[in-house]
Ligand binder design. Structure first.
Ligand SMILES: Nc1ncnc2c1ncn2[C@@H]1O[C@H](COP(=O)(O)OP(=O)(O)OP(=O)(O)O)[C@@H](O)[C@H]1O
Ligand SMILES: O=P(O)(O)OC[C@H]1O[C@H](OP(=O)(O)OP(=O)(O)O)[C@H](O)[C@@H]1O
Ligand SMILES: [Mg+2]
Length: 282
């Protein structure tokens, strides 16, 4: 039975559970449940703290887990990224009170606070920059400068509104771009059942990322229209009953939908319809 670690709290918990449910797995109804066996799919879920997921996967006591790329790198565990999941996207960045730092070199001799101290220490060492101290905090790191325990911080930034509210600004290049990832052990054999889990999650990711586009176009314009919507392999083109037009079906990135519809209309396509994909296997 495949053993899967899932975050039980925090930003990753709800979207991870939703993705697994969409992929056809049973999920817990009560947040206090710690273990759940899905007999039909031959998998067992362990609901663990997001920071601990990589520790269990690295120890080999669970087969795979969902965590953040930043948490994985900070853990130092013997685990590797298996599949990026496309949610909980963020950057991990240095920040300081507005106007007090402009480049990463400004950190030399200063105190840096973070919840991700291993990640920060490794990054600064690779850049050859020596802070005077790296202060570990559990959260609310943005308050640490005002409260006098640090001069700069390194933290997760999504919209930047938490930083702004604390009067801080990012500086330097992003340390990393993070998102939720499925992780597995660094050098154990692929666990039985991981192929099915991976295909199912990939199916959800594709269904979220793409839409189906249908349109009608005069036969002589099919080539021009298909150039706008090449799809994955090749679009489906079916003759219409009127004998001089074709119906075309293709997959298009959700984010590109309106731009593609405008381009198709220009080419001469009409009856352009967009449909969401519920599930997929490519
Ligand atoms: N605002 C955010 N947007 C996107 N991802 C985030 C955000 N905050 C945290 N994360 C991601 O969540 C993971 C951190 O897990 P954690 O449980 O600490 O989340 P959290 O939101 O800080 O939870 P909590 O603060 O309730 O403990 C990291 O991968 C981090 O990149
Ligand atoms: O850029 P933003 O959209 O403002 O999001 C980033 C903030 O979200 C997370 O905080 P969280 O609410 O998890 O609190 P914490 O610092 O106590 O973990 C993260 O640690 C940042 O503080
Ligand atoms: Mg947090």
């Amino acid at each position: 039975m495949l053993r899967i670690a899932v975050p039980n709290k925090g930003s990753l918990s709800t979207p991870a559970t939703e993705m697994l449910r969409e992929a056809g797995y049973r999920q817990r109804r009560d947040n206090r449940e710690l273990v759940l066996t899905d007999v039909d799919n031959d998998v067992e879920f362990f609901f663990l703290r997001p920071r601990d997921v990589a520790v269990y996967v690295g120890a080999g006591t669970v087969d795979v887990g969902i965590t953040g790329r930043d948490l994985l790198l900070d853990s130092g565990a013997e685990a590797v990224e298996h599949l990026p999941l496309g949610f909980a996207g963020s950057t991990f960045r240095f920040a300081a009170p507005a106007g007090s730092a402009t480049q990463v070199e400004d950190i030399a001799g200063k105190r840096v606070a973070s919840s991700y101290t291993t990640l920060v220490a490794g990054y600064l060492a690779r850049q050859g920059i020596e802070p005077s101290a790296i202060v570990h905090l559990d959260g609310a790191v943005e308050s640490s400068v005002r409260l006098g325990v640090a001069d700069v911080i390194a933290d997760v930034v999504e919209t930047g509104s938490t930083l702004r509210a604390a009067g801080m600004e990012v500086f330097g290049e992003p340390i990393l771009r993070s998102e939720a990832v499925m992780i597995r052990h660094a050098d154990q054999d692929e666990p039985v059942g991981l192929d099915v889990l991976t295909r199912r999650l990939q199916g959800v990711i594709t269904a979220r990322e793409y839409v189906l586009l249908d349109y009608d176009v005069p036969m002589e314009l099919v080539d021009a229209a298909v150039a706008v919507t090449p799809g994955f392999e090749s679009p489906t083109v079916s003759p219409l009953h009127n004998g001089h037009s074709a119906a075309v079906r293709s997959m298009v990135r959700r984010a590109d939908t309106n731009r593609v519809m405008d381009a198709l209309y220009e080419v001469g396509a009409r009856g352009i319809l967009v449909t969401s994909i519920l599930a997929s296997r490519l």
